[in-house]
Design a protein around this ligand. Structure first.
Ligand SMILES: Cc1cc2nc3c(=O)[nH]c(=O)nc-3n(C[C@H](O)[C@H](O)[C@H](O)COP(=O)(O)OP(=O)(O)OC[C@H]3O[C@@H](n4cnc5c(N)ncnc54)[C@H](O)[C@@H]3O)c2cc1C
Length: 234
């Protein structure tokens, strides 16, 4: 991500990793220092600042590997994959409460959105570099073709379409925990297609690991080793 893009993407007060972030201290890392851009919450302007911190949380989504590399940390091969969504106006009403319909081969799904509209996806997982994802015409057409093969509703128009990146670790499990080789570097990445629904539990698990505290009751039966980045270090 370019600095310009990062500034546009950022909300006031949020740190943007734009330059090398380095561990400082002999043996176990004492702290990290970073010369970064930060957006001032008062005037919205980006300024450089130097930060020192014992812990860095890498929650950069599709850019998780890139953020790690900027910190000199070995990437985990977190792979971003594009997913396309289409909002279709169809010649039928009463669809608002239509439940999620998923084909058994996993090639498309749709659900009711408005009275005469549905959200439709071709269930795509297209490998891509981290980017501001946009839908491709071919994926929209593929979605509509698959949809038309199971319904006889006329398609009036594509009301809108969009795409986003879902990022996966090699085993498609999320990654929460301190890096095996870079003390103080905490991964919170690879949530794939379930990062919204899992975020309450993920946040509690990550907080317990980060603060070295007993886990909240919501996650006390979860084995953190399942999600640790250390599973990739052998
Ligand atoms: C089409 C689509 C449908 C989905 N449907 C569902 C669903 O139904 N249910 C569900 O649970 N999940 C769903 N997901 C998945 C869910 O959106 C993700 O799992 C979740 O957003 C991952 O959260 P995240 O915070 O790790 O990453 P992101 O949401 O990608 O956030 C990462 C953020 O880090 C920022 N960033 C990157 N680099 C830097 C940097 N150097 N400095 C500062 N900021 C940086 C990025 O700009 C971004 O804002 C869907 C995803 C897509 C694309």
């Amino acid at each position: 991500m370019s600095v310009a893009n990062a500034i546009h993407a950022v909300v006031p007060g949020r740190l943007i990793c734009t330059s090398n972030t380095k561990p400082v201290g002999a043996g176990p890392v004492a702290h990290w220092i970073a010369n970064e851009l930060v957006v001032d919450p008062d005037d919205g302007l980006a300024r450089t600042a130097t930060f020192s911190t014992p812990v860095i949380v890498n929650a950069a989504g599709a850019w998780a590997d890139e953020a790690a590399q900027r910190c000199g940390v070995r990437p985990l091969r977190i792979a971003p994959k594009r997913r396309t969504m289409v909002q279709l106006r169809v010649g039928r009403s009463g669809l608002r409460d239509l439940p999620l319909v998923d084909d058994t081969s996993g090639t498309f799904y749709f659900k009711g959105e408005g009275d005469s509209s549905v959200w439709l996806s071709p269930h795509d997982e297209i490998a891509t570099d981290p980017c501001d994802a946009a839908p491709e015409e071919i994926d929209i057409a593929t979605a509509i073709d698959r949809f038309e093969s199971v319904v006889d509703w006329s398609i009036e128009r594509v009301e809108r379409s969009w795409a986003g990146l879902r990022s996966f670790a090699r085993d498609r499990l999320p990654v929460y925990g301190f890096d095996a080789h870079a003390p103080g570097f905490f991964w919170c990445a690879g949530q794939g297609g379930f990062g919204i629904q899992t975020s309450p539990a993920a946040a509690k698990l990550a907080a317990a690991l980060l603060l070295d505290q007993a886990p909240d009751a919501m996650v006390e039966l979860i084995d953190p080793a399942l999600f640790s980045p250390r599973r990739f270090s052998s």
